[in-house]
Design a binder for this molecule. Structure first.
Ligand code: HAM
Length: 422
């Protein structure tokens, strides 16, 4: 082992795992295409200011978890802890709204948060992020959630729970915040030092605290749904109605406030019971004020992000079921057969057949072992005599059945076998 290891909380995704990752990303691209969502690729690094303003100065992410550095003494830059602020920055910067304010975007990639690593929680993790920008209609909220459920069920996930809440708007949230503050002032002694501070800076964040005593203190707190204004209430009622119309089951969790300050109205999470404490597979919500916060015109938006490590750990099937094993191994015996097989192997690859061969000119036994090790589905055994006769044995590595075939027709034969398997 090298004495230099990966950074704590940063992990390698190994070749044997990557088949499942590709499978999930492929489904995402297919599903998203059906809903008219286009891919955007955004930088990993942004100006720190973007996240401070976008996510909120008094959130845990901005206060404690960002990887921020002073770039050559010039300006503060941050490895993106999430994608929404960057997507909206790009949307505004490229004047996308002038062409068409209604824009649906997705992006897939790594995010960075300096949290305490544990099962299902990393410092570099990956998200699939979707944003529906430009529409305030509650049907948009419901169809976004419907699509998330559609995607997750297509990957094979079951036993998921959708929780929804409304976080109100800048009109009605302040009165709820004041009320929570008053409610907790009497219980301040039981709050952790962080929450004592949050009581002044951002009382809603106390809902997210993992400390038992803080959770107990807030258990009896009033529900935000009692404080939201009639606009927010109507919007929430419509979202629920459209979810029902689309057949999406939900539960209301009035304590779910989400960890980012840009949310307004609809907030939601998909949770599972199979992952221990890191039970959120996906989270999202509406952020109607974000474009303004970032200096643009007033344009509504809603989106979500799925944690890929968590999702992939729940996708049924073994890692090896998702690996594309070679269709063919060519065991070439002797110099002449090696010379013959080398261009054949590469021509077959070009024709779409996953083909392997061994350059070491080893014995048939060791080449068969190599074919087995690579999990090749078939092996073509070619020696000098086979080249002269134009016929060679093709062995099915699973059944051990062997048939003499015309070497010239190998491409067609393997193609037929591939088609039969599909
Ligand atoms: P978030 O709830 O912070 O939302 O993250 C979304 C998902 O990312 C979580 O539900 C979880 O699955 C995964 N995740 C978060 N932190 C970690 C971690 N340290 N290790 C592993 N997985 C993690 C957002 O990021 C928002 N930008 C979502 C959004 C998009 N809202 C509107 N648009």
């Amino acid at each position: 082992m090298s004495n230099i290891t990966a950074v704590r909380g940063f992990k390698d995704i190994l070749p044997e795992e990557s088949g499942k990752w590709q499978h999930v990303e492929k489904i995402a691209r297919q599903v998203f295409a059906n809903y008219g969502i286009h891919e955007i690729k955004i930088p990993l690094l942004e100006k720190t200011e973007l996240f401070k303003r976008g996510i909120g100065e008094t959130t845990d992410i901005v206060e404690k978890e960002m990887y921020t550095f002073l770039d050559r003494g010039d300006e503060y830059l941050t490895l993106r802890p999430e994608a929404t602020a960057s997507v909206i920055r790009a949307y505004l910067e490229h004047n996308m709204y002038k062409v068409d304010p209604i824009t649906k975007l997705f992006t897939i990639g790594p995010m960075f948060r300096r949290e305490r690593p544990q099962k299902g929680r990393f410092r570099q993790f990956h998200q699939i992020n979707v944003e529906f920008i430009g529409q305030k209609d509650p049907r948009v909220d419901s169809e976004l959630i419907f699509m998330l459920a559609h995607f997750l069920s297509t990957t094979g996930l079951t036993n998921l729970k959708l929780e929804i809440n409304s976080l109100g708007c800048p009109e009605c949230r302040p009165s709820f915040r004041e009320n929570i503050k008053n409610f907790l002032n009497d219980r301040e002694g039981r709050l952790c030092p962080d929450c004592k501070r949050r009581l002044e800076t951002n009382p809603l964040r106390i809902f997210d605290c993992k400390n038992d005593s803080c959770q107990e203190s807030i258990a009896e707190a009033p529900s935000i749904l009692e404080y939201i204004c009639s606009d927010c209430g109507d919007h929430f009622e419509s979202v629920k109605r459209y979810l029902e119309l689309l057949g999406v089951e939900y539960t209301i969790n009035t304590r779910m406030v989400r960890g980012l300050d840009y949310y307004t109205q609809t907030a939601f999470e998909i949770i599972t019971e199979s992952l221990g404490s890191q039970n959120a597979i996906a989270g999202g919500g509406r952020y109607d004020g974000l474009t303004r916060i970032l200096g643009g015109p007033d344009i509504p938006g809603i989106g979500f992000a799925i944690g890929l490590e968590r999702l992939i750990s729940l996708v049924p099937g073994r890692d090896e079921d998702f690996i594309q094993f070679p269709h063919l191994f060519i065991a070439a015996l002797g110099q002449k057969a090696q010379e013959f097989s080398f261009p054949l192997c590469n021509a077959l690859r070009k024709a779409g057949i996953r083909t392997e061969m061994d350059f070491s000119d080893r014995s048939l036994k060791s080449q068969m072992k190599r074919s087995d090790k690579l999990n090749c589905l078939n092996t073509l055994i070619i020696g000098e005599r086979e080249i002269d006769e134009g016929k060679a044995p093709l062995r099915n590595m699973a059944t051990k059945e062997q048939n003499s075939i015309d070497i010239q027709s190998i491409e067609g034969i393997i193609q037929t076998l591939i088609n039969l398997k599909q």
